[in-house]
Design a protein around this ligand. Structure first.
Ligand code: MIC
Ligand code: SF4
Length: 643
């Protein structure tokens, strides 16, 4: 039997385990990336491991998230990361050089390689046939040190693509169609392989939009084969030497198959407050729009920007609309500037923002109160934009422009004829904003620069055999990491200061949580389905750790967050009977005895001392995870293993 593409890449990088669905596999990691909002923690963790030099083929530190510098904090973090990169052998992508995923795709990604990144949209690299996975900062730190990265061998879901997209229908609409079909939990435990005749009609930026937004289904990652289209893209980036053809064997097997006929896809829109709330654009036509944003790692390629510019050409956006355009990289911006495209954007009345995440993570450009914001981004969780009552919708660049021009949600097919936009034969190559590290011998004495806002990460606590804790917070389904550890321009500057950032933990849901948790000293959180969906930010585990959280009991967990909890020494436990969720009340006094024996059995008993009830909870941890929890997290476990 032949292998599918995922199996081929995993097989070539397998360090431990067998490729059996559900089993733990250890992977050798070729490349890592970090961004600044998760990078400071990752590098503090890396430094504490005492390894003199990164041991990957390539590690890149990007600055793209915390770009507004309204105080010293973000600038200090940038300098810290730059100094670490310089000393420990990483490439450093300066602020303004672009969003990590876009730049990595352009300049560094290689088909068939493994990449982990401390950002959940790392799967963007799957657009050129990489096995690219989002992970917590600590996992990335370990991989930088040459350590193995562990995942549960996922099911492989094949998406068989046929046909071609109609004018004004885009890869973003394909992503939204996919989300409409499988939902925000539909990809959990799966890798999504895009294949079939239809993918030949999709350019690399379009493929990258699709793999990027696969993250919103909860999938481990998404991947396209490396074919002629990939080869052309790499050649145009002056990187033909990085190209290898790579795809599934003709007789490869898959766990599931979904068919997508591109001709049948329509312009779609995800409604507040979930990327999975997808309806047709036509069904919302006429809804008044206050703000439109084009950019983010989903839709900021040169291809997307050129399409937006072509549609804006000679026109002016509606009076009631405030519009931003943030190109994904310096390369994109500079190529827009080479012809009239940039001018077409500027003349339309749109505001040009710098190349970075910007409004996507609430780093500026927050909507007006109650405002309707149409964004070409990938997430619209409540409050993420920085305005709690904003109504954020996710759309394609085409729908965004059509709506900006009319001032109301508009099906872009009403715009007439789609102007011809193509991919360039060669991109403008200028890597001067990538700073190279020092030579190993010069690096020995190089200084790491730490600003006063950079504090040590919290010490994890080993899980003892008996846990007594209060049910400190009970939340519902689909709690995102944006609920647990909000972002935005006011909070993000504290990403390197866990004591400070923990004051914002869960405040979107309950403002009293940080103080109550800290006072209790030992707490348990109870959640519904898909707890921790969204980002990879390990702060959503580190801040609860700092506040005394010892376990989270939920109906189900998102992959990266569950891994981050274990890395931080917090137990993610699931209800054996989901109905028991209803029997628990915030404030209950809880106890788990025989924690260690329970870990071995895969089941523990959660006692509710407030009403005498007992509930079974699952904990199917691997041997490695058990050892981590007993040691007090991944860092302690790694240090113990080295001793
Ligand atoms: C996001 O899109 O949610 C982020 C901000 O890029 C996060 C990382 C972070 O919180 O720093 C992600 O996707 O992992
Ligand atoms: Fe940045 Fe937004 Fe992409 Fe996250 S989703 S990496 S915040 S652009």
């Amino acid at each position: 039997m032949g292998l599918n593409l995922t199996q081929k890449i995993i097989k070539a990088h397998l360090v431990s385990g067998e490729m059996i669905t559900g089993a733990e596999v250890g992977l050798r990691i070729d490349q890592t990336l970090t961004q600044d909002a998760t990078g400071t923690m990752a590098y503090l963790e890396f430094e504490s491991m005492g390894i003199p030099r990164v041991r990957t083929e390539l590690s890149v530190a990007y600055i793209d998230h915390n770009m507004l510098q309204s105080g010293f904090e973000n600038a200090d973090d940038h300098r810290y990361i730059q100094s670490v990169a310089h000393k420990y052998g990483l490439k450093f992508s300066r602020p303004g050089n672009g969003i990590c995923h876009q730049v990595h795709l352009e300049r560094f990604g290689i088909p068939g390689k493994t990449l982990i990144g401390s950002d959940s949209h790392t799967p963007t690299g799957g657009g050129i046939g990489m096995l690219a996975i989002g992970a917590g900062g600590l996992d990335v730190a370990v991989a930088m040190g040459g350590g193995t990265y562990y995942i549960t061998m996922p099911k492989i879901l094949k998406v068989n693509v046929t046909g071609s997209l109609k004018p004004f229908v885009t890869a973003k609409d394909v992503s939204l169609e996919f989300l409409r079909r499988i939902g925000v939990k539909g990809g959990v435990g799966k890798i999504i392989e895009w294949t079939g005749e239809g993918i030949k009609t999709l350019t690399v930026p379009e493929r990258a939009t699709i793999t990027n937004m696969g993250a919103e289904t909860g999938a481990t990652t998404s991947v396209f084969p490396s074919d002629e289209v990939t080869g052309q893209f790499l050649k145009a980036q002056g990187r033909e030497k990085d190209f290898i053809p790579l795809g599934a064997d003709p007789d490869a097997e898959y766990d599931e198959v979904i068919d997508i006929v591109l001709d049948d896809v329509e312009p779609l829109i995800a409604c507040p407050h979930s990327p999975g709330n997808v309806v047709t654009v036509a069904s919302l036509a006429g809804t008044k729009v206050d703000q439109v944003c084009i950019g983010s790692c989903t839709n900021s390629s040169l291809y997307d920007m050129r399409k937006a510019a072509a549609l804006l050409k000679g026109k002016t956006i509606a009076d009631g609309v405030s519009m931003s355009v943030s190109p994904g990289s310096r390369q994109v911006l500079s190529m827009l500037a080479e012809n009239e495209a940039l001018n077409d954007i500027i003349q339309s009345g749109a505001r040009l923002l710098e190349c970075g995440c910007g409004p996507c993570i609430g780093m500026g450009f927050s909507p007006n109160s109650g405002g309707v914001s149409l964004r070409t981004f990938n997430r619209n969780f409540e409050g993420r934009s920085g305005t709690k009552d904003a109504q954020v919708y996710l759309v394609s660049p085409e729908t965004a422009v059509a709506s900006a021009l009319n001032g109301v949600i508009t099906d872009p097919r009403t715009l007439g004829k789609m102007p011809e936009v193509s991919m360039p034969d060669s991109f403008r190559i200028n890597d001067s904003a990538i700073i190279l590290p020092l030579d190993e011998k010069d690096a020995v004495n190089a200084e790491v620069i730490k600003g006063p806002n950079i504090k040590d990460f919290p010490q994890a606590r080993p899980q003892t055999d008996e846990l007594n804790a209060e049910l400190i917070l009970k939340v519902g389904d689909n709690i995102s990491t944006d609920h647990i550890m909000p972002a935005g321009s006011k909070v993000l500057p504290y990403r390197s200061n866990i004591p400070k950032i923990s004051e914002f933990c869960f405040t979107v849901v309950d403002e009293t949580f940080p103080a109550r948790a800290k006072a209790a000293g030992s707490g348990i959180i109870v959640g519904g389905n898909n707890y921790g969906q969204g980002s990879s930010r390990e702060h959503a585990a580190l801040a609860p750790l700092y506040l005394g959280i010892r376990a989270v009991v939920a109906k189900s967990f998102a992959r990266i967050h569950a891994a981050n909890l274990i890395n931080a020494g917090i137990m993610p436990l699931t209800f054996s009977n989901p109905d028991d969720y209803d029997k628990l009340t915030q404030g209950d006094k809880l106890r788990i005895t025989d924690v260690h024996a329970g870990m071995d059995k895969g089941e523990m008993i959660l006692e509710n001392l407030s009403n005498g009830e007992k509930y079974a909870v699952n904990c199917s941890f691997t041997e490695r995870q058990k050892a981590m929890l007993k040691a007090g997290g991944l860092l302690e476990y790694t240090k113990n293993a080295e001793r």
